[in-house]
Design a protein around this ligand. Structure first.
Ligand code: AMP
Ligand code: ZN
Length: 667
């Protein structure tokens, strides 16, 4: 008896999912909506009567019902990179050249896809079923929005193909134009403000607390990238075909091509044609088709080398420049901002735009009350690109750039060769003070939990902190009485600050906010000098000896530590127990065996992944380069090493070694 109920439930689930697929992915329903609803009701009733057969991936879960108060942040197993942008055929030709150089061949195939304009999502499947859905977030971690994502009918809860059962797949959650317009019509009828554009509405939908509301929105999901540890596919194209068979919606607009000319044909064709699609697209994404090639090309700090986005030309409009205001950044840099008569541009209302710097204002002769051209490209902040001189009022006067800081009234300075003006009042100018502290606590720096940018401003305003060392003196009793603070939040903040004492030296070094000392440079410096004491003593000459440290960075480090206030702050941090030297454990793992040696890694390895191999080289003091040159000391070759790479190494007489040779070398 029980068995037959289990079977009935399983059969109904399967049938309903099939109908969902026919309707939402294939756009080809085979039963009426009414019949579908009847079957769904039947399943709901059976599931309610037999809770022992609950399945989080049952089609009944698609109607929503769950409320999420706080979405949990989870780390991505594989980082979600962004894409480099290109704007012309020349850019693409340059990219092709770089790729051919690294791969050592000109036989490279590409896939061209449209760039769907929505919110990116990472779906994880385990044993052929949807396990979780996480937003991109900052690429390293995002929010778990699984309950909301399940309501999107075109996302398969179970796969239709078993070539691959455990993998991640990435795509874009979009709101098709029809659905968007319908939602807006209903909103306007109900007396509410319409939503601005489909992209923001789609991404906002993912974070709605009530999944029933998400289920009611006509969201869709277009997929574009399969990520698997053991990738059974030879090409990106094969992976997409698998995904399509497995039940995902893969737009059939993509195409495999073999040259930049063909890429450009694709771009030109879709420049006009894309407006006929039911959803918005803002460019084309070109990817190297061979997975082996992709692995060989790898990633930069921000994006894959094997892919590039081409952005369609930005929309331009003209509007009146009402006033210019000036913002002061963490380093004291002044940014002029245009306040505009609001206009709609590429789907959003624009009121402010960047004016870059004094030179730009002078060059374009931008004046208040001018009618200016505004453009919105890939970047979030639109920019003023010119003036409509025919509309200039008679009483117009040239813009006088400010001479004093708008925040602290200190006279501004401008260093030779720099476009930006600076407020030199580093320790007395409010946005510089809070900006430095905000940088110190930011995610890639000390990542202090329980403390955010606004709270830093509040603590500063209340006179509780003047610099980041002051954070470590904060007491709960001081925080509790502040606006919007409670016992719990004060406790969390103090705990978070305490915990930051475990953050490793290299990140603390980055957190200090020394000009030009970014994440990568901090790592190099920490590795080289091993402690802040040794770094502080280092001379200019010693500094520029370090790989990738040039005059500008060295100068900036010297200036920073020459300042008595900075030395005092560093001393205080040390006394609080903040990590200002590499830990014994890290020192243990870091060797200088490969000091001064440059390696090129090519092919696929048996005992170690390509990324781990590169890390190992760096941990042993060596340097990894992407292409073979006279400076290369060794090429480590795995399976499928590019033939022309081999020729090149042989020509230059560079030893080609195996992974085992490498392990022997560092042993
Ligand atoms: P960006 O955010 O400008 O760095 O561009 C990268 C984003 O483009 C990715 O995070 C994806 O969300 C999105 N995207 C849209 N369509 C595609 C596509 N066909 N292939 C890869 N990424 C895409
Ligand atoms: Zn100032």
């Amino acid at each position: 008896m029980t068995r037959s109920i289990a079977d009935t439930i399983a059969a109904l689930r399967k049938e309903l999912e099939k109908h969902n697929y026919n309707y939402y992915v294939l756009d080809n329903p085979t039963i009426s909506d009414y019949e579908f609803d009847m079957k769904l009701k039947e399943l709901e009733a059976l599931e309610a009567a037999h809770p022992e057969f609950f399945d989080p991936n049952s089609p009944t879960q698609r109607v929503g019902g769950q409320i999420t108060k706080n979405f949990t942040t989870v780390a991505h197993k594989n980082r979600m990179y962004s894409l480099d942008n290109s704007y012309s055929k020349e850019d693409l030709l340059d990219w092709e050249k770089r790729i051919e150089k690294i791969l050592g061949t000109s036989q490279v195939a590409y896939t061209c896809e449209l760039k769907y304009d929505g919110a990116s999502i990472n779906l994880t499947y385990e044993n052929g079923a949807l396990k979780s859905a996480v937003t991109r977030g900052d690429g390293v971690q995002g929010d778990d929005v699984t309950t909301n994502i399940k309501t999107i009918r075109s996302i398969p809860l179970h796969l239709h193909d078993d070539t691959l059962a455990d993998f991640e797949i990435r795509g874009e959650i979009i709101l098709p134009l029809d659905g968007f317009n319908k939602m807006n019509k209903e909103r306007v009828e109900a007396g509410e403000d319409p939503y601005r554009n489909p992209r923001n509405t789609a991404s906002g939908s993912l974070k709605l607390q009530d999944s029933t509301e998400v289920a009611n929105r006509p969201l869709d999901c277009l997929l574009y990238h399969v990520v698997a540890n053991y990738n059974p596919f030879k090409t990106h194209d094969e992976a997409l075909q698998f995904a399509s068979k497995a039940g995902f919606k893969i737009p059939n607009t993509y195409k495999v091509v073999h040259s930049v000319d063909e890429i450009f044909e694709y771009i030109n064709f879709w420049d006009t044609e894309r407006h006929k699609l039911p959803y918005e697209t803002d460019g084309v994404v070109v990817k190297v088709n061979s997975i082996a090639h992709q692995e060989e090309l790898g990633y930069t700090a921000k994006s894959p080398r094997w892919a590039i986005a081409y952005k369609y030309k930005a929309e331009q409009k003209s509007t009146v420049l009402e006033s210019i205001s000036y913002q002061v950044g963490r380093t004291g840099a002044i940014t002029p901002v245009a306040n505009l008569a609001p206009i709609e541009l590429a789907g959003t209302i624009v009121k402010r735009a960047s004016l870059h710097n004094a030179d730009q204002i002078a060059k374009l002769d931008i004046r208040v009350n001018d009618t200016v051209f505004v453009e919105k490209g890939g970047e979030i902040i639109p920019k003023v690109i010119g003036v409509d001189l025919s509309k200039r009022p008679d009483d117009s006067t040239p813009t006088q750039y400010i001479a004093h800081c708008p925040e602290c009234n200190t006279e501004l300075i401008r260093k030779e060769g720099e476009a930006q003006h600076y407020c030199p009042n580093e320790y007395g100018c409010p946005p510089q003070i809070t900006g430095k502290i905000q940088h110190f606590i930011s995610r890639k720096a000390t990542d202090i939990e329980g403390l955010g940018a606004e709270t830093v401003e509040l603590l500063y305003k209340e006179g509780l902190i003047q610099n980041y060392a002051d954070l470590y003196e904060l007491k709960e009793e001081q925080i509790i009485p502040l606006e919007r603070m409670a016992e719990k939040s004060a406790e969390n903040m103090v705990k978070g600050i305490e915990k930051s004492k475990e953050i490793p030296f290299e990140r603390v070094l980055f957190a200090l906010g020394i000009r030009y000392v970014g994440e990568t440079v901090s790592k190099k410096l920490a590795r080289h000098f091993k402690s802040i004491d040794r770094l502080m003593e280092a001379s200019f000459d010693e500094l520029i000896q370090v790989d990738e440290i040039g005059d500008k960075i060295a100068q900036s480090i010297i200036i920073f530590f020459a300042d008595e206030q900075n030395r005092t702050i560093v001393e205080r941090l040390k006394n609080y127990g903040v990590q200002l030297a590499l830990s014994a454990e890290v020192l243990e793992n870091q060797k200088d065996t490969l000091q001064g040696k440059t390696f090129v890694v090519s092919g696929v390895f048996e005992k170690i992944s390509r990324d781990d191999l590169k890390k190992s080289i760096e941990n042993n003091g060596g340097k990894v380069s992407s292409s073979i040159s006279k400076k290369t000391d060794y090429v480590i070759a795995g399976d499928n090493m590019g033939p022309s790479k081999r020729v090149k190494a042989e020509e230059l007489g560079i030893p080609i070694i195996s992974e085992d040779d490498y392990f022997a070398m560092i042993d």
